[in-house]
Design a protein around this ligand. Structure first.
Ligand SMILES: C[S@@+](CC[C@H](N)C(=O)[O-])C[C@H]1O[C@@H](n2cnc3c(N)ncnc32)[C@H](O)[C@@H]1O
Length: 273
């Protein structure tokens, strides 16, 4: 994913509307992973619990893991409200709080792709997945609204705040989580074989402006706004960012009378070879 010049705190703002819009993708990936009754399922980067709760509803022993404390709380509350047995833990892809070889199914829906050290995250996923188990993650393919907004905002923030110190040659290498050859190579290092399939989901709104307004409470937007608020010219910077985002989403709009965009995504399935 695009590097952000500011820290991204997924507990900020309101992730919930985005979580709702991504629920159909968790439904697809959980259905692909059936049968789940009695299986131990880990949902890495569970957010508000979409995939873990769907797995629990199918009889899995589900554990959700996420670094964002507020989202973990929301997921726990949802489990109670729905009468589902699911455990939700604070944790990160770099150190998944799960014993070695205990996950029959490890899911990560648009989540592990945010881990700063992809290689460490893959090592951890390989460690916790049982022999014969499966890892299934999703990743955006460049071109849709999700990656476009992320890229445009990331570049803008890097222009405003600088892209940080001179790149450290020892720093972890970013991974193109949608790219089959890159994934094959990255997962093979940890003894995993990979298959990739592409799908598409559509997002609609009454206009590009409404789409961006609805995204205004997303944790990325709130993190960016908080960082810009520290600048004396914050009002102008916020207006400039809004203008760039509007131009970018107008360019990818497929419906001249309203707003529709196709977001292509990869479903990556990995198994111990
Ligand atoms: C786009 S949300 C997806 C949430 C959920 N899987 C869903 O489908 O709604 C990305 C999630 O990844 C989590 N995340 C970010 N960095 C992470 C990391 N290093 N390790 C694990 N999860 C991470 C965020 O806290 C957030 O909940």
């Amino acid at each position: 994913m695009e590097e952000h010049a500011v820290d991204l705190d997924w507990s900020l703002g309101q992730y919930e509307p985005t979580g709702e819009s991504l629920l159909p993708i968790s439904e697809i990936v959980v259905a692909m992973s059936e049968p789940l009754a009695g299986k131990r399922v880990v949902d890495l980067g569970c957010g508000t619990g979409n995939a873990a709760l769907l797995a629990a509803a199918r009889g899995a022993v589900a554990t959700g893991v996420d670094p964002a404390a507020r989202l973990v709380e929301v997921a726990r509350k949802r489990a109670v409200e729905r009468g589902l047995q699911a455990e939700f833990l604070a944790g990160d892809a770099a150190a998944i709080p799960v014993e070695d070889g205990t996950a029959d199914v490890l899911l990560s829906i648009f989540a592990v792709i945010f881990a700063p050290d992809a290689d460490a995250a893959i090592a951890e996923m390989a460690r916790v997945t049982a022999p014969g188990g499966v890892i299934r993650l999703t990743s955006w393919v460049p071109g849709g609204s999700m990656m476009t907004i992320n890229t445009v905002a990331g570049r803008f923030m890097a222009e405003v705040f600088g892209s940080g110190p001179t790149p450290d040659p020892e720093a972890p290498k970013p991974l193109a989580w949608h790219d089959e050859p890159a994934l094959r190579e990255a997962f093979a290092k940890h003894g995993l074989e990979v298959e990739v399939e592409q799908r598409s989901m559509h997002l609609t709104a009454s206009s590009p402006e409404e789409y961006l307004t609805k995204s205004g409470q997303h944790p990325m937007a709130v993190s960016a706004a908080q960082a810009l608020a520290t600048r004396p010219d914050s009002a102008q910077l916020e207006a400039d960012l809004a203008g760039r985002l509007l131009t970018a989403v107008r360019e990818i709009n497929e419906d001249p009378t309203a707003f529709q965009v196709s977001n292509n995504y990869a479903i990556v399935t990995a198994r111990h070879g």
